[in-house]
Design a binder for this molecule. Structure first.
Ligand code: SF4
Length: 252
């Protein structure tokens, strides 16, 4: 795993929690230069399972600068090691750009679509081996060790968010084992979230001064994402399906 310096760690800590603690006058240890978080916030303590106390989610602003989506996609590729296969038509796509147009007004929007981390994920329902799983905190994952590549989950996903790995895998990351013949999708950067860090796409956007994607705990009414979701009209794609995505969109 990439070594993270204390300074970078402090920079990338989920700022919603930082603000919450600072606003509350919470205990902040400064001796090491790293902001330490109380139990239940920030990094998940080693050995403790994910908890339903959190519901991790994202809010995507579809009115953001279109170049932001290229930033997010590049960051995802770098972090997770996908892309760069011999056949772009079959190369996995963990996050992709989708464009829509209102036929009556001509208004258009382009925004990213990735795994929507549904509360009622159809991929988990149809998986015959239990490789598709949903954690208590809402993150939906594929266990590559028991995925048999049947692709039922790909057919069940209403968002076409999952990819099959057709070619031998290069550029393997220690935190993300990948394998030809298995299915994969956005993990919400679970390895970073568990360490108290922002997902790579969100972090890359923040570094360029963009808030095009806000990540945080939808169960915490004081989190940045909860405040944004209650302050703006947002929607989730195909809400009519009842799958309860964790990804919200603003501006569509
Ligand atoms: S959360 Fe991580 S895996 Fe998901 S789209 Fe962003 S960078 Fe990729």
């Amino acid at each position: 795993m990439t070594k993270t310096t204390p300074t970078a760690l402090a920079d990338e800590k989920i700022d919603t929690e930082r603000r919450r603690l600072l606003a509350a006058g919470g205990a902040v240890a400064v001796a090491t230069g790293i902001i330490l978080y109380g139990a239940g916030a920030g990094a998940r303590p080693k050995g403790q399972p994910a908890s339903s106390a959190q519901r991790w989610g994202m809010l995507i602003d579809t009115n953001a600068d279109p170049s932001d989506w290229d930033t997010a996609i590049s960051a995802c590729k770098r972090e997770q090691g996908w892309g760069g296969g011999n056949n772009p038509a079959t190369d996995p796509q963990w996050i992709r750009k989708v464009s829509i147009k209102n036929k009556s007004t001509g208004a258009q929007a382009t925004f990213p679509v990735m795994c929507q981390h549904c509360a009622n994920p159809p991929c988990v329902d149809v998986c015959p081996t239990g490789a598709s799983i949903k954690r208590a905190d809402g993150i939906v994952l594929v266990d590559k060790h028991i995925c048999i590549g049947c692709r039922y989950c790909m057919m069940a996903c209403p968002y076409s968010a999952r990819s099959f790995v057709h070619e031998p895998v290069h550029n393997q990351k220690p935190h993300m084992p990948r394998g030809m013949g298995t299915v994969e999708s956005c993990t919400m950067c679970v390895h970073r979230v568990d360490a108290g860090l922002l997902p790579a796409c969100v972090n890359a956007l923040n570094k360029k001064g963009s808030k095009a994607i806000i990540f945080g705990d939808l169960n915490n009414p004081d989190s940045e994402i909860s405040r944004a979701v209650s302050a703006h009209v947002t929607r989730r794609i195909r809400e009519d399906l009842g799958v309860e995505p964790g990804v919200h969109y603003k501006g569509i």
